[in-house]
Design a protein. Structure first.
Length: 599
C-alpha cells in the first residue's frame, strides 16, 4: 500500500489530539512521511473534530478526501465520515459506545476500550485506541512505549504505567482477534523525519531571523504561532507580550522595533483590521515590523477555526496613505520557515512593514521534512553603526535607494526622532510641499531593491503545458498534486506558485504566463483576488478560476473536478471513484443500502 489515510474523529475533549500527536511522532520517528490536517469546531467541548493523517512512502504536501482507516471515538464520527471511506476501509470503534452501520465498503473492527482501561478509568481509553491503531498499521509497540512515556511523563510514573498497559491491551487485541486485517505501511526512509506544523515553522523562522520581541492578542487561528514562540522565549532572550487588543499589539511591536529590537506580531480576521492605523504609522516612520496574518473566513467573526485566502486585497492596500510593503504567502511549512526568517531580515533592511499571509490550513497542518538549513535563514544585521553615521544624525536622510541609516532610540551621540507627521530628514515635523514630495518619493525608491529580492514564483510540472494552474499560499500542495494526477492522466499541466505578492514580480509573471494556452487561478476566495492582481499588474487575463470559499481546504480531487467543468480533457484519474463523484464540499454518495462487514 503506497498511501494510507487515517481519520481520527470525536468530540472535543475525547482525546483525539492525544492519539493523533502520539501517532504522528511514531510515524515520523520510524521514517514515514506524513501530512496531517486538523478540522475542529470553535468550541471547548462537544461538537465534531477530526484529524486526518496521510501516510506515504514519499513526501505529500496536501490533504486527501479519502479515509482508509477511521478511528471513531463517537457515533457521530461514523456518520460524518462514512462517505469518505475508501473501499476496502477499516473502522475502529469502541464496542460499547459506537455501533457499526450499513456500509459495504467498510469492515467494522470493535475494540473493547471501556473494558480494557486500567481500574475502569475511561481517561485511559485514548491509549487503548492508540495501541489498536499502531497494531492495525503493522507498527512495533516498543518505539511507541517511549512516546507514551514522554507524552504522559509530566503526570507521574503511575499515569505512565497505566497508559502503557492500556496501549498494550489495544495492541494485543488487534494481534489476537484481527491479525488478518493488519496492513503493511510504505517502507520508511533510513532516518527519522522532522515533524513540524506551519505555526512552529513560522515561529522558528522568525527566531532564526533574529526575533527579539513578539506581541499578540489571542485570535484563532494565529495564536499557535504566538504560543510556540512564548514557550521558548525565556531561554532565547525574546520578550513576549500578550496585549489588551490588536491596536496595542501592533504599536508595542513598533515601539520595540524603534528601540532596536526585531519585532513581530500575530493576528487574524478582525484583529488585522484594528492594526491598520499602526501599520500606516510603520509606513511613514519607516519602522520595520513583521505582521503574521493567519487568514480565516470572514467577514466579521466568520468561521474562526476554518481556512480561507480572503485577505490578499486587504494587506496589499492596508493603511491610509501610500507606502511600500512586502507581502509573502508561503505554501508549505518548509517555505514558511525560510519566509519568516527572510521577512525579519527584509523588514530591517528596507525599514518597511512585512506581511506574512498564512491560513488555518498552513499553521495547523503537520508535515515531515528532511530538515531545515539554518545557513539559509541566518540573521542579517542592518542597524547602522553609531560611530560611522554622519553628524548631525538624519534619521530620514535622502539616499539613492531610499533607505536611510537607522539608529535605535538611545543611540549614543545621536538624536533619534519618531513621529507620525510628515517630517524632514532629521525627523522634525514639516508641512513644506517640496519635502512632502521628496519623502513620498524616498519611500517608493525602496521598491527598486525590494523587487530584486528572492522569493520568486515557483514553476512545477510539464515542460510544454497546455494548462497553467496559478496559485498562492497554502493551495500549493493541492495544486501540485493535481498537476501530477493530470499529467499522469494524459494532460499537460504545470503549477505556478506565487510566494511574494508585493512587490509583485511582474517580469517573472509575464515570462511565465504570457502566451500560455490556458491559465487558471486556484485560490480560496470568491473574487479571485490573485487573478485580479495578475490582470492589474501584467494585463494578462486568466481563464475561469477554480475557487473555494466554504472554509475547507483544497484537495487535488477538488481542483480536478472543478477544472473538468471548464476543460476538455479525457482524464484517467488515480484517485478513488468516490472522490470523482464528489461535489463542491467533497461529499461522496453513500452506499448505505448495502450490508456492512462486521468484526
Amino acid at each position: 500500500m503506497q498511501d494510507v489515510a487515517i481519520t481520527i474523529g470525536g468530540a472535543a475533549g475525547q482525546g483525539l489530539v492525544t492519539i493523533s500527536d502520539m501517532l504522528l511522532k511514531l510515524l515520523s520517528r520510524t521514517g514515514r512521511h506524513v501530512f496531517a490536517i486538523q478540522d475542529y469546531m470553535s468550541r471547548v467541548r462537544g461538537g465534531h473534530n477530526f484529524m486526518r493523517i496521510r501516510i506515504s512512502g514519499e513526501r505529500k504536501f496536501a490533504n486527501t478526501e479519502k479515509t482508509n482507516i477511521l478511528v471513531a471515538l463517537d457515533q457521530r464520527t461514523v456518520v460524518e465520515h462514512l462517505e469518505s471511506l475508501e473501499d476496502p476501509a477499516l473502522v475502529l470503534h469502541d464496542t460499547e459506545t459506537v455501533g457499526p452501520v450499513d456500509a459495504a465498503c467498510a469492515t467494522f473492527v470493535g475494540i473493547p476500550i471501556s473494558a480494557s482501561v486500567p481500574d475502569g478509568n475511561k481517561v485511559f481509553g485514548n491509549s487503548v485506541a492508540f495501541g489498536a491503531v499502531i497494531s492495525i498499521l503493522g507498527l512495533d509497540l516498543e518505539p511507541a512505549k517511549e512516546i507514551i512515556s514522554q507524552h504522559f511523563g509530566g503526570k507521574g510514573r503511575e499515569a505512565v504505567e497505566k497508559n502503557l498497559r492500556a496501549a498494550a491491551k489495544g495492541y494485543a487485541h488487534i494481534k489476537s482477534d484481527h491479525a488478518e486485517l493488519i496492513l503493511r505501511l510504505p517502507d520508511g526512509i533510513k532516518k527519522p523525519a522532522m515533524l513540524i506544523n506551519g505555526a512552529e515553522a513560522l515561529g522558528l523562522g522568525m527566531i532564526a531571523g533574529g526575533l527579539r520581541f513578539i506581541s499578540a492578542y489571542p485570535m484563532s487561528p494565529s495564536t499557535s504561532i504566538f504560543n510556540y514562540v512564548t514557550r521558548h522565549a525565556g531561554k532565547l532572550g525574546i520578550l513576549s507580550e500578550q496585549a489588551e487588543d490588536e491596536i496595542a499589539s501592533v504599536n508595542m511591536a513598533l515601539g520595540a522595533s524603534a528601540a532596536g529590537a526585531r519585532a513581530a506580531t500575530t493576528t487574524s480576521g478582525g484583529g488585522l483590521d484594528l492594526m491598520a492605523e499602526g501599520i500606516s504609522l510603520a509606513g511613514i516612520s519607516e519602522t520595520p515590523v513583521v505582521i503574521n496574518n493567519i487568514q480565516r473566513p470572514g467577514p466579521a467573526t466568520g468561521q474562526p477555526t476554518r481556512t480561507a485566502q480572503e485577505d490578499l486585497d486587504l494587506v496589499l492596500n492596508m493603511g491610509h496613505g501610500e507606502f511600500p510593503r512586502f507581502v509573502f504567502a508561503p505554501g508549505t511549512a518548509e517555505e514558511a520557515f525560510y519566509t519568516a526568517a527572510g521577512a525579519m531580515n527584509l523588514a530591517d533592511k528596507y525599514q518597511v512593514p512585512v506581511f506574512i499571509l498564512g491560513d488555518q490550513l498552513l499553521v495547523d497542518s503537520y508535515t515531515t521534512l528532511p530538515g531545515l538549513d539554518l545557513e539559509k535563514a541566518k540573521y542579517q544585521g542592518h542597524l547602522a553603526d553609531p560611530a560611522k553615521v554622519a553628524r548631525p544624525y538624519k534619521r530620514y536622510l535622502l539616499t539613492p535607494d531610499g533607505v536611510s541609516p537607522r539608529l535605535p532610540y538611545g543611540a549614543e551621540g545621536a538624536r533619534v526622532m519618531f513621529d507620525s507627521h510628515l517630517h524632514d530628514e532629521t525627523g522634525l515635523i514639516t508641512e513644506e510641499p517640496a519635502m512632502a514630495k521628496k519623502m513620498t518619493e524616498k519611500r517608493f525608491l525602496k521598491l527598486r531593491g525590494m523587487s530584486r529580492e528572492p522569493f520568486r514564483p515557483v514553476r512545477y510540472g510539464h515542460k510544454k503545458p497546455e494548462m497553467s494552474l496559478v496559485c498562492w499560499g497554502s493551495t500549493y500542495g493541492a495544486v501540485r498534486e493535481a498537476v501530477d494526477l493530470l499529467n499522469a492522466g494524459g494532460a499537460r499541466a504545470e503549477m505556478i506558485h506565487f510566494n511574494r505578492l508585493s512587490p509583485f514580480p511582474v517580469r517573472e509573471a509575464v515570462a511565465l504566463l504570457r502566451g500560455k494556452k490556458s491559465v487558471r487561478v486556484v485560490e480560496g476566495n470568491h473574487s479571485s483576488q490573485l487573478g485580479r492582481l495578475i490582470a492589474r499588474e501584467t494585463s494578462i487575463k486568466t481563464g475561469e478560476s477554480v475557487l473555494r470559499y466554504d472554509g475547507r481546504p483544497f484537495t487535488a480531487s477538488y481542483v480536478i473536478e472543478n477544472l473538468k467543468r471548464v476543460g476538455k480533457w479525457k482524464l484517467k484519474m488515480s484517485f478513488s471513484s468516490k472522490a470523482k463523484r464528489r461535489g463542491a464540499r467533497g461529499a461522496a454518495t453513500s452506499a448505505s443500502s448495502r450490508p456492512s462487514k462486521r468484526r
